[in-house]
Design a protein around this ligand. Structure first.
Ligand SMILES: [Mg+2]
Length: 222
């Protein structure tokens, strides 16, 4: 067994852009919210979308509120619950084609978990079809009130009662998934679905994970 695992116990996945595509998020942030804002302010959809985008950008992805739908509902003064917004496009959640074959394979030897930056309420519609694969899910924002920083990864390895290097994290954000996880001592692979980077710890497809593990082609095996 341990030959297969190469010391690894947990495989951790980012959610958006890694397991599910970004279309669902885009529908929420760039269609539904601007539509509600347009109705509220009695302006055109295009005008509203432009303004909403500018407001998102002003805040930026390093601010925790940027990820928080409840913050934006209140910021734009919308009279709607976040559940109504999130449920509206739940059927549009799309899982990447390489996810099921990869998880089916990896679950034989590892415990699988999810670490997402997004608030926990976003997890529910997205992991409906994936729930059975994962023993635990973490939301950096809900559980730790932080972005996916090295502190969050360290705390998770403490919670899992393993050394950081026994966790392999895979995600599509260079800073939040790859650098932060490495900084905390986890193994990490950067998922580059656009195939532009060429470093050793870069994969273009989730199916490459098992090859990287098998070939000991991870950080601590240099
Ligand atoms: Mg992501």
């Amino acid at each position: 067994m341990d030959k297969v695992r190469n010391g690894l116990r947990f495989i951790s996945f980012d959610l958006d852009g890694t397991l599910v595509d970004l279309e669902y998020n885009d529908l929420i942030w760039f269609k539904e919210i601007p539509e509600l804002v347009a109705q509220k302010k009695q302006i055109s959809f295009n005008e509203s979308r432009q303004w909403v985008k500018e407001e998102y950008n002003k805040l930026g992805e390093h601010n925790l509120d940027w990820y928080d739908i409840k913050y934006w509902i209140s910021y734009f003064g919308l009279e709607v619950s976040y559940q109504t917004i999130l449920n509206k496009y739940a059927s549009e959640v799309k899982i990447f084609a390489d996810v099921f074959p990869t998880l089916d394979e990896l679950k034989k030897d590892f415990e699988l978990i999810i670490i997402t930056a997004m608030p926990r309420e976003f997890l529910t519609p997205k992991i409906k079809k994936l729930e059975n694969y994962f023993s635990l899910t973490f939301s950096a924002l809900t559980d730790f009130k932080k972005l996916k920083s090295s502190t969050v990864y360290s705390k998770i390895s403490t919670i899992l009662k393993v050394d950081p290097e026994q966790i392999l994290h895979i995600g599509d954000h260079w800073e939040f998934d790859y650098c932060s996880a490495r900084q905390a001592g986890l193994q990490a692979l950067y998922l580059d679905r656009s195939k532009t980077r060429k470093e050793k710890e870069v994969i273009y497809n989730l199916e490459e994970i098992k090859i990287k593990i098998k070939d000991k082609d991870l950080n601590s095996f240099k």
